[in-house]
Ligand binder design. Sequence first.
Ligand code: ZN
Length: 164
Amino acid sequence: MTFGAFWLLNYSADDYNNDEYSNNMLHWGRHYVRDQMHDVRARCGDGSANAITFGGSDYVELYLPFFYQLNVVGRAATLVHESRHFGGKGHDANFPSGSAFGTGRSGADSGWDYQGAWMFDVLYLWWFYAAGTRTTDALKQSAKQRGNFLIDNAFAQHPGFTII
Ligand SMILES: [Zn+2]
């Protein structure tokens, strides 16, 4: 399942060999993950997280919900998310009132402009929905759905937009 996510990450841009940062994230997502994520482990976990990156950038653990609750594009976006943690950006806020992640629990990003792991997560889902190739409409729709779910639940200050 993890290799499936890496495949999606690598081959979803039309011209997938072009992974320069000057292109949209569908191109450079794979580049970013390759640059940042250097130690990936699988564990069971306690069900409360899909994945956690430890020690800032030491290693990432992928947990059961990563494998069994996310689909392949959700897993790919989670790899992008965790790579942002490897890149030195932690979460800086608590989840907002009514969040599906738990009101007041830590692990949210303050807002879109913080450019944290949730923003990277959503941005990847968004580009996959908008321009992903070698995939299905159903998977693109699910990327949009999860992107909007994260927009509504993972930011202390709502970004103020919706993927349409
Ligand atoms: Zn995170």
